[in-house]
Design a protein around this ligand. Structure first.
Ligand SMILES: NC(=O)c1ccc[n+]([C@@H]2O[C@H](COP(=O)([O-])OP(=O)(O)OC[C@H]3O[C@@H](n4cnc5c(N)ncnc54)[C@H](OP(=O)(O)O)[C@@H]3O)[C@@H](O)[C@H]2O)c1
Length: 256
């Protein structure tokens, strides 16, 4: 199929590589700062276009992968005579594309994507569209680069985006704080990798509730107080420690 890329950031770059590897043709690329479009176009052997109106007006898929806040503004400048227009955002309604193309929707790769990735790799893709015909095209393209393609409308995608923030962004922030504390205490953070990986491996086969461990899970208030005293000079970490501890104590029936 023929694909036009609008945006050559993380997602535009990696989707471009992945679509091409799956046998699709990248017809043209646009990016606000044209040198990025030129770099990607050179890599993929296609053309970079400096003006949105100079992009091809017919293709199977037009992918707008710019920052969430600028999707509508950028898309409104496109002239689409034939083809499906999508954006790649989890937390943005497909309706921001309403009135720009007859067929429009969403192709949201649910993964943290960075330009240094050679291709998308294993990734669930959430799709949505305003018409069955458009959904079919998006499903076919998404299915050519992923074996996990699911339909999710605006409301469901927003909830999934929230779950992604908790499961991925929040856990990583905890790793960040823990890594900083490890460094301050001259303890090697890498020694904790097997512990981290063990939990991730286990939650794939059982409910996270069954994998919970630690002093709050056991209602061990003596150890909790020992931990808290270590954090006397770490107000941010102490606040998070207390919130998490309260939540675990509550979930496992140690407090009401
Ligand atoms: N990265 C991820 O992990 C990920 C995963 C799934 C979905 N998404 C979604 O994919 C989309 C793109 O994200 P990304 O990570 O690829 O973005 P990014 O790498 O941060 O790049 C931002 C892109 O938006 C362009 N842009 C920003 N403001 C603009 C404006 N006012 N007018 C025109 N272009 C503008 C930038 O152009 P310049 O290069 O000229 O600055 C660049 O092409 C977003 O909707 C995001 O929610 C991202």
């Amino acid at each position: 199929m023929d694909v036009v890329l609008i945006g050559a950031g993380n997602v535009g770059t990696v989707l471009g590589r992945t679509f091409q590897q799956a046998g699709h043709t990248i017809k043209a690329i646009w990016n606000r700062h044209p040198e990025k479009a030129r770099l990607l176009a050179d890599e993929l052997g296609t053309v970079a276009v400096e003006n949105l109106q100079a992009l091809p007006q017919e293709a199977d898929l037009f992918v707008v992968s710019v920052s969430d806040r600028s999707i509508q503004e950028v898309a409104q400048q496109l002239i689409i005579k034939k083809g499906v227009l999508v954006h790649a955002a989890g937390a943005v309604s497909k309706e921001v594309l309403n009135g720009i193309a007859d067929q429009y929707g969403v192709l949201w790769p649910m993964k943290m994507i960075r330009t240094n990735m050679p291709t998308l790799g294993p990734c669930a893709i959430m799709i949505d569209a305003n018409k069955d015909q458009a959904l079919q095209v998006i499903r076919e393209l998404a299915g050519s680069i992923s074996d996990q393609v699911h339909e999710a409308d605006d409301a469901k995608r927003l909830k999934m985006h929230l779950i992604a923030a908790i499961t991925s962004n929040f856990t990583n922030h905890l790793y960040h704080l823990a890594a900083d504390y490890s460094q301050e205490q001259e303890i090697q953070f890498s020694w904790f990798y097997p512990l981290i990986e063990g939990v991730i491996a286990q939650i794939k086969t059982q409910h996270p509730q069954n994998v919970q461990a630690g002093p709050a899970f056991r209602g061990d208030r003596i150890t909790i107080e020992k931990h808290r005293s270590l954090l006397a000079d770490e107000p941010v970490l102490l606040k998070i420690y207390d919130e998490m501890t309260q939540s675990i104590l509550h979930k496992f029936g140690h407090i009401r």
